[in-house]
Write a protein that binds this ligand. Structure first.
Ligand code: NAP
Ligand code: F7E
Length: 325
């Protein structure tokens, strides 16, 4: 019989890639979506008819319990969260409700409905924050630098705690930044690829950015969702860092994206002080040796390939928009 997976956050970047990946593995895929006046199903439109979507919300405990009773999943991937770091300073309480307490609500539902369900928690390299040690691995101490990072530390430890307290097969994947053409446009990679395309096609003049010196370990979302699945297929649950092991600055990202469309980025980029964060994470680089050893996981797409993939996708999309206008 086909395995059944439940994905929270299925309408997000990772949810879409993971749903497609699991469908390809023969899974019956269910998604949890929150009620909105307008549906946000663009990312899953291509395979929407092969999914079963259910309304529930991370803020509503009973809706999650009811959902688990109805779906009876073998595996849960908890990807839903308020995931944009700057918003976490503007809405710190809501971020904690979704991104921190939401994890406990999911785990409580697993404990009550069926503790045999395997559980994946979407943890983040933002938990390392102002770290000294480089590269960061599973034993590196956390020093989060935003309400989002703090909420993710809570989500990580409550996952570990439910594993240790109740024997639940719960894994925390500590994923470094991962991007794709499906990335939200407010995140820096997509903001840059979209701007490079729009400026090249003459429908934008300037690109306003914040800190160009920040460095991140950027990988491809399509590679990273495979690691989530691999974690839940092991004999024993554990926590894994997922990263490429290479870091680049925002400046290098801009150079690569604008270079790809043959433009000199310095003519278009302006620094907007409003985009500088109250507390910054300056450099992150992950060490995924445990994942390589125990899961057999390796990233496939390089930084240059990722930038090219994103700029090409935005060029094609903006071209279509311009032609239709
Ligand atoms: P994303 O594109 O922002 O997607 C977030 C998802 O969460 C959306 O489907 C959103 O639904 C849903 N959601 C938010 N609040 C909800 C609520 N109260 N109830 C139900 N659903 C809710 O994020 P992503 O990039 O795919 O990331 C997936 C997860 O991995 C997140 O937990 C993120 O924090 C974490 N993470 C991401 C990265 C990365 O680089 N991408 C790295 C490490 C960890 P709507 O469509 O309704 O808004
Ligand atoms: O910023 C700098 C900014 O918003 C990256 C989320 O998926 O990954 C993501 O969090 C860097 C920061 O991602 C702009 O200051 C400069 O240093 O793309 P970002 P993030 O904050 O690293 C982690 C792993 C997650 O878990 C999160 O959910 O880029 N930066 N100028 C800018 N960033 C943005 N967004 N916009 C700018 O104009």
């Amino acid at each position: 019989m086909a395995k059944r997976a439940l994905i929270t956050g299925i309408t997000g970047q990772d949810g879409a890639y993971l749903a497609e990946f699991l469908l390809g593995r023969g899974y019956e895929v269910h998604g949890m979506v929150r009620r909105a006046s307008t549906e946000s199903f663009e990312r899953i439109a291509g395979f929407r008819d092969r999914l079963t979507l259910h309304q529930a919300d991370l803020l509503d405990q009973l809706s999650i319990i009811t959902l688990l009773k109805e779906v009876e999943p073998d595996e849960i991937y908890n990807l839903a969260a308020q995931s944009f770091v700057p918003t976490s300073w503007l809405q710190p309480l809501l971020t904690s409700e979704f991104t921190a307490l939401g994890v406990t609500r999911m785990l409580e539902a697993v404990r009550l409905v069926n503790p045999a369900i395997r559980f994946y928690q979407a943890s983040s390299s933002e938990m390392f924050g102002a770290v000294d040690q480089e590269p960061q691995n599973e034993t590196t101490p956390f020093y989060p630098r935003s309400p989002y990072g703090v909420a993710k530390v809570y989500g990580h430890w409550i996952t570990v705690n439910y594993r240790e307290s109740y024997g639940i097969f719960a894994c925390s994947g500590i994923l470094f930044n991962h991007e794709s053409p499906l990335r939200g446009k407010e995140f820096v990679t997509r903001k840059v690829s979209d701007a490079a395309a729009r400026i090249k096609l003459g429908v934008q003049n300037k690109l306003r950015l914040g800190n160009l010196d920040a460095a991140r370990d950027w990988g491809f979302a399509g590679d990273y969702v495979k690691a989530m699945w691999l974690m839940l297929q092991q004999d024993r649950p554990s926590d894994y860092v997922i990263a490429t092991g290479r870091k680049h600055t925002v400046r290098e990202l801009v150079e690569a994206a604008f270079g790809y469309v043959g433009l000199d980025w310095q003519k278009y980029v302006e620094i907007d002080p409003a985009l500088i964060r109250p507390a910054e994470v300056n450099k992150l680089r992950g060490d995924a040796a445990r994942a390589r050893r125990e899961l057999g996981w390796e990233p496939v797409v390089s930084f240059d390939e990722l930038v090219r993939m994103m700029v090409e996708a935005d060029l094609a999309r903006v071209k279509r928009e311009v032609e239709q206008a």
